[in-house]
Design a protein around this ligand. Structure first.
Ligand code: FAD
Length: 532
């Protein structure tokens, strides 16, 4: 069963290794006991539903609690401290497009707000009722999970938008295909959620971001139906698919999506390379990205992330061995770990491997083979489970991400991590911050930062710590000209920084767009463009 107040399946545990416990106590100070509100206690806090009865709607406190919050830090804190100010008033699980259309029409007739819901894995407050919007119906799309059509000639697959990552891949793999979209939330996030948030998978370098994969679909909006035919390209004015990508449930509900799929790759390997320092690593990955090598993943950790990951991984013996070997080759303190993914036909994997290792060697990178890559692959969707146990130990974890042109990357990386490390100093608290580059492009890269800090005794103090960190990192991102989000979206949490990227006219255009699809403002109000 899916956890109601944390990440993933209740049966999967990821204990904090002993060495990591000591490391964190040293870096952040001894943790304080973390609060954990109980399920029954939380159910009792659900207010009465304000919805009229409808046969497709579940107004039980259990269904409403399970859909009340996503996975942002404020979401986690609210669930764990047991303070949920706003619940959705009901949850519907339409099993096809006709039921979705019926619910939409019913909600419009009764002046009810709708929150489209996929896997609920949003990390920026997309699916959280704001409390200002009146009665709210959450529309859980996960029963629309079928592969409707596979056009093998065109390599186009049409799915119900509520299909989760594993179910989508299983249906394609059975026919010899893959979408290749693997966000770390893969186990629970859905196709509709990926499209509505402009998500990026771990192997986007080879398979593309979701906007490269989304060929067409159908969106039900209060103002009508938008059909997006799966055209390979079109010069017929602006591409309306781009309106749906990143629409965050503000325009309507995506019921089906046609995706560009590929045949299963013949070969896939992950290799580890260690660079003696950050700037050598950055120079190497930039050259690899600009050489357009057919790689599927480049993920370069900075020195603090490298050290922290190696400790949290808990394979002390294996890692000790690798570190001794690296020292003999001049890679020691300050080392940076690159995880290199190779995907494709045998010959192209071989060729790309050789070219990438040549570039790495020119920057004094030491190739340690595939062993760490195999371990990474095994735990690629397990790492988020550590967030559960860290919380229980008294530590909160959050992530912040941006993308910028290469010329701005080194300074932005330094500024963001410095901002995170010092943001809690006025409170006498420390923060442990690190980052990696992933999702590399010829012209730039995303910087993905992680911060750990101690949970405070109260919800208000914990949120204050988080807000200081968020403000400091976001200000550094904006000051360096970065986007406020490379892959997580805007939701509620990034709204204050959106104007820096879109400008006044851009924001006005977005507000006008939402009104065209949803004149009465019924779709997911308060997200992406505020309540305008
Ligand atoms: C542990 C963890 C790891 C993550 N890793 C990644 C990662 O590697 N890459 C990445 O890009 N993101 C990542 N995320 C963020 C999150 O998983 C993505 O934003 C994901 O795309 C959300 O999908 P979902 O189905 O869970 O959507 P939800 O969280 O349910 O909804 C997100 C938004 O999409 C809208 N929406 C959902 N379905 C529809 C629909 N059918 N029609 C219209 N609107 C819809 C909702 O209204 C909401 O605004 C991670 C999150 C977590 C918790």
């Amino acid at each position: 069963m899916k956890r109601w107040n944390g990440w993933g399946n209740e049966e999967i545990l990821y204990p904090v290794p002993e060495a990591a416990r000591a490391f964190l106590a040293d870096a952040l100070g001894p943790p304080q006991a973390a609060p954990t509100a109980g399920w029954a206690e939380m159910l009792a806090t659900a207010p009465a539903s304000r919805l009229p009865a409808h046969p497709l709607i579940d107004t039980s406190p259990a269904a409403r609690l399970r859909h009340a919050r996503g996975h942002s830090l404020p979401d986690w804190a609210a669930l764990r401290f047991g303070v949920i100010p706003h619940f959705p008033d009901g949850v519907a699980y339409p099993s096809d497009e006709a039921q979705t259309a019926e619910l939409l029409a019913w909600a419009c007739a009764h002046d009810i707000r709708l929150i489209p819901y996929g896997g609920g894995s949003s990390v920026v407050g997309h699916i959280t009722p704001t409390g200002d919007e009146g009665p709210v119906l959450t529309v859980d799309m996960t029963r629309q999970a079928q592969l409707h059509q596979l056009d093998e000639t065109s390599r186009l697959a049409t799915f119900g938008a509520g299909v989760s990552g594993p179910h989508l891949e299983a249906q394609l793999r059975a026919r010899g295909y893959t979408l290749g979209h693997f966000p770390q939330s893969f186990e629970y996030s859905t196709l509709g959620g990926w499209i509505a948030t402009r998500s990026s998978g771990q192997q986007s370098l080879f398979f593309g971001r979701i906007e490269d994969l989304f060929a067409g679909g159908r969106l039900l909006a209060p103002a009508g139906v938008l059909d997006l035919p799966p055209l390979p390209a079109s010069a017929a004015g602006p591409d309306l698919r781009q309106l749906v990508l990143g629409s965050e449930g503000r325009l309507g509900i995506l019921t089906t999506a046609t995706m560009r799929v590929q045949s299963l790759p013949a070969r896939e390997d992950f290799h580890a390379i260690f660079f003696p320092d950050w700037l050598s690593g950055v120079a190497a990955v930039r050259e690899m990205a600009q050489a357009h090598l057919p790689l599927s993943m480049l993920r370069l950790s900075d020195p603090v992330e490298t050290a922290t990951t190696l400790i949290l991984a808990g394979h002390a013996r294996l890692i000790g061995l690798a570190e001794r070997l690296l020292r003999t080759q001049g890679v020691d303190a300050g080392k940076c770990w690159l995880m290199l993914g190779l995907t494709g036909a045998e010959a192209s994997v071989k060729q790309a491997r050789r070219a990438a290792l040549d570039i790495a060697a020119r920057q004094r990178g030491v190739h340690t083979g595939r062993l760490l890559g195999k371990e990474w692959r095994k735990s690629r969707f397990r790492t988020p489970y550590l967030r559960n146990t860290l919380w229980e130990e008294g530590y909160a974890v959050d992530t912040m991400e941006t993308a910028l042109p290469w010329a701005a990357v080194p300074a932005a990386h330094a500024a963001i991590t410095a901002a995170l490390r010092t943001a809690l100093a006025p409170l006498g608290e420390r923060a442990h911050a690190f980052a990696h580059l992933s999702h590399l492009y010829a012209d730039g890269a995303s910087i993905y930062s992680t911060v750990l800090f101690r949970i405070a005794p109260t919800l208000a103090e914990t949120l204050d710590r988080w807000q200081r960190l968020k403000d400091a990192a976001s200000a550094a991102i904006v000051a360096h000209g970065g986007t406020i989000s490379h892959q997580h979206g805007v939701g509620r949490d990034h709204l204050p920084w959106l104007a820096a990227e879109k400008g006044a006219l851009g924001l006005q255009a977005l507000a006008t767009l939402t009104r065209a699809f949803d004149p009465e403002g019924r779709m997911n109000p308060g997200k992406l463009v505020g309540s305008g």
